[in-house]
Design a protein around this ligand. Structure first.
Ligand SMILES: [Zn+2]
Length: 163
């Protein structure tokens, strides 16, 4: 039974890493294809980070859409086992429900980042004020739970526009 749990944990970890790698590999391509000059414009302003060039073989682990009461503690256990750090792009609504998980992630040295409050796609149906509220409410929720001021924001689906 324990071996099954370890195998399931390893599978979850590998699956998560694969998903992250796919997102990292595919999302920038999707965004750049949608707007070829936009990437360089925002990168030069320091507003958007698509990649962090390095001569070393490195990978940045990021996990979105939590905290989840089942998956996030298992991910944290695996990260601890391998002495690895990650960035958790959290939803404010879930962070409100599971502040203890956020506190654990912060205490174990992981970065907490903003992934909106509701995870609705911030498309043209949103006003600027509604988008601002999604971001600010999540910032406040993360801060209230952990004392951390999130420095990164990832929009659901990678949606953005020049404004
Ligand atoms: Zn997401």
């Amino acid at each position: 039974m324990k071996n099954l749990n370890i195998r399931a944990s390893k599978l979850l970890f590998v699956r998560s890493v694969v998903i992250v790698c796919l997102l990292v590999a595919v999302m920038p391509v999707m965004l750049v294809q949608a707007a070829p000059n936009v990437r360089y414009y925002y990168e030069s302003r320091g507003d958007v980070v698509w990649e962090a060039p390095s001569k070393e073989k490195q990978v940045a682990l990021t996990f979105d859409d939590g905290p989840d009461p089942t998956d996030t503690p298992r991910i944290l256990d695996l990260l601890k086992k391998y002495d690895a750090k990650a960035t958790f792009f959290v939803m404010g609504r879930k962070a409100e429900e599971h502040p203890d998980i956020l506190r654990r992630a912060a205490a174990e040295g992981h970065e907490l980042a903003n992934h909106t409050f509701t995870h609705r796609m911030l498309d043209s149906s949103f006003t600027a004020e509604q988008i601002r509220k999604e971001i600010v409410d999540t910032q406040e929720t993360i801060f209230a739970a952990t004392g951390v001021r999130a420095r990164l924001f990832r929009p659901p689906g990678g949606l953005f526009n020049p404004e």
